[in-house]
Design a protein. Structure first.
Length: 291
């Protein structure tokens, strides 16, 4: 259902508020660059520090601006099951094509709790739902065996896996055999390897900055041109790394500010990269041929 390069969109700010014009510009750049879908209000979109009203506004803006040209996968997770259901219901109501639902964070549920959480959302809202496993942020890890059981639910259509364990691609494929279940990488540096293991694409931080190159890498892989895909990946790896020279999305917003897309404004407790880090990011842009 979903494939290729899918940006986890940053949320542009201006004087503390959502910069709607910059967001529209970003989305147009993504669509023109070949992104195959859009994800508003993911981790990169600073969902943790958006108010509920802002969260809903960003999702609605993305759907409005995209205007059906590419699918919109609305970030709609929470560490509260009831709140996650409310956000997924909103995503459906305003016309999102799917919801990206993160594992509950801070609570540290076990596998039974994680399964019950996703089952409750599946039962409450009929919209395609993509599981989002990112153990480094949530302190919980959705294991392949649990994924295999959840894949049998009618609304669970895939997973964004940021465990950085490529072996899980094969394991999850084995455990979801016979289901319409899509595996997407959540780790830019290993996204090409994830494709080689059987993944369908990547929900990407780097695509904010280099949508055309990210899309071209996936297109080359789809065409069986691994050499070209590898060459593009060898350029992109410098941006992948630079995106985490300081807490994300600070570096991505700094790079986009240099490109004239938006300001580098982030929301506390994230801060903008300092002078030393900006110099390292600048060097990465040069090495990648983007400046």
């Amino acid at each position: 259902m979903f494939h290729g390069s899918i940006p986890a969109l940053i949320t542009p700010f201006k004087n503390g508020a959502i910069d709607r014009d910059a967001f529209a510009n970003l989305i147009e750049t993504q669509i023109t660059g070949g992104s195959s879908a859009l994800v508003p209000c993911g981790t990169t979109g600073e969902s943790a520090t958006l108010s509920h009203d802002e969260h809903r506004e960003v999702v609605e803006l993305c759907i409005q601006i995209a205007s059906g040209r590419v699918p919109v996968i609305a970030g709609a997770g929470s560490n509260s099951t009831n709140e996650a259901i409310e956000l997924v219901e909103h995503a459906k109501t305003v016309g999102a094509d799917a919801a990206l639902v993160i594992c509950p964070y801070y609570n540290k549920p076990d596998q039974a709790g994680l399964e019950a959480h996703f089952r409750a959302i599946n039962d409450a809202v009929s919209i395609p739902q993509i599981l989002y496993n990112v153990p480094s942020r949530t302190a919980s890890d959705l294991l392949p065996e649990t994924v295999g059981r959840l894949a049998k639910l009618p609304n669970v259509v895939g997973i964004k896996d940021a465990s950085n364990d490529l072996g899980r691609v094969s394991m999850q494929a084995s455990l979801t055999a016979g289901e319409q279940f899509t595996q997407l990488s959540g780790e830019d540096p290993s996204s090409l390897g994830h494709r080689g293991m059987g993944g369908a694409g990547c929900i990407s931080v780097t695509a904010n900055v280099a949508p055309d190159l990210c899309a071209q890498m996936h297109a080359a892989f789809n065409a069986g041109d691994l050499e070209t895909a590898q060459k593009i990946d060898q350029r992109l790896i410098h941006i992948h790394r630079a995106n985490f020279f300081s807490p994300s999305p600070g570096p991505a917003k700094y790079m986009l500010s240099k490109m004239g897309v938006c300001s580098d404004e982030v929301r506390l407790p994230i801060v903008t990269p300092n002078a030393e880090t900006r110099a390292r990011i600048d060097a990465a842009l040069v090495t990648a041929g983007l400046e």
